[in-house]
Design a protein around this ligand. Sequence first.
Ligand code: ZN
Length: 536
Amino acid sequence: MRAEDLDLRELLDFEPGGGTIRFAGERALILDVVAFGLLRRELVESLGPTAARVVLTRFGYAHGWRTAEALRSAFPWDDEREWHRAGGRLHQLQGMLVYEPVGAVEGPRPFAQALWKESVEAEAHLAHLGLSSEPVCWMSCGFASGYLGYCHGRAICCVEERCRGRGDAVCVMAGRPREEWGDDPRLVYFEPDALDRSLRQVTAALRRADRKLAARRPRSGQADDGGLVAESAAMRHALDLARRVALVDSTVLLAGESGSGKEALARFVHAGSARALRPFVAVNCAAVPETLLESELFGHARGAFTGATQDRAGLFEAASGGTLLLDEIGDLPTAMQAKLLRVLQEREVRRVGENRVRAVDVRVLAATHRDLAAEVAAGRFRQDLYYRLRVIEIRVPPLRERREDVLPLARRHVALVAARTGCPVTGLTPAAADQLQRWGWPGNVRELQNVIERAVVLARGRRVDVEDLPEEVRIAQPGRGSPGAPRTLADVERAHVLAVLRGVGGNRERAAAELGIGSATLYRKLKEYGVTRPRR
Ligand code: ZN
């Protein structure tokens, strides 16, 4: 018997007339979730949040402990590990939540880790007490701790790293042996005498909770998650939208100029979503030759084409359970557009050279610097795919529309590059800072990062000075580079060159031909502008 073989229809034993219901052999009780939510509110309001949390954690603990004890001999387990794993499964079958154990994750592994979706406690807490500043699945944490504690014969403490009741997309539980937690304040909820103590501490805890709530109020300024800087209203708006779409599973289209940070925003959406512990995979559709793109995305069977020496999973399968970013989607060849549309609709892929289809569970984010509506109008992009992709559209503003972000971005990048290269540069001189704000940044964040990297490496002093900046930045005048402002011939040339390059999808040969110059000249100009080839 394995944990996943447990089936509610077989575990539940009842007389149609009621009276005695048994679950896995033990007498059980059906409780209404609304009544449970009201009880929780009563506890919080009369005892205070700390004491209420202790009571419910210890109730869950007893429940988990008893369940482990009953399950040990109730089923002929294949091995002891199946009995250990059955706790999460049981918890799900009892209706507490949808349980997903988490496999390999980055960083040091906790003793136990799981995703909890649809937590009934979080739902009840949100309905009766509103959004919390702390995780709220107290009974579930108690249950997991009690179950694992009984199984392993030692004290295991499970807490939530994220919680739906706190506004996260999903609950994430991590459990470790007690001694490994050190003096983590959350352990107080597992102490046998915690109830007494916590009642005495209610007043202090309330004050602390108040302070925490105040700290969680909308952070202005450096609302900086995942390396994103958002001092400007335009970027704050984009981040705000990204934060909200992270909580749902819809397809998102990220639109914005090259170098504006679309991938960073895609990573931010992934990190805030229920898929955060699963892979994030990004592919630049414009960088993969058309002939290889299908196999890259969907995989191939051995012998499907010359060079296919073994079966290979594609990126859709590699991103399973996680998020796939299709960058430069506007450059997708027409034939691939049709295939992608089918995958998005059917949620299954067919490897090249194979007949069977494989189901995929992937959230797709698409990004482009092109105006996709115009591409549709010109007949270069399928309208049905366009509508399928832009369920939600987030526009990532160009750097010239978020001038307040230029200096924070520059300072952060100085620190990063200095740390990476060991250059003893600590910041910017006021004159250099001033000059950075005068430039229009047509290559956006990527251009700024390139300029800073070069400046840090070349800097003669401990701070980046004006003379360390590339010429066009060094001589930029206020207002230049911004739309509508008076421009020099060099500015106009630069804007025209970049616009033509964008118009031909970044193809430098075609851009050079269209501009009537040699490709060597174009390369030199692009280098001057600080525009480098996109990664991948
Ligand atoms: Zn939770």
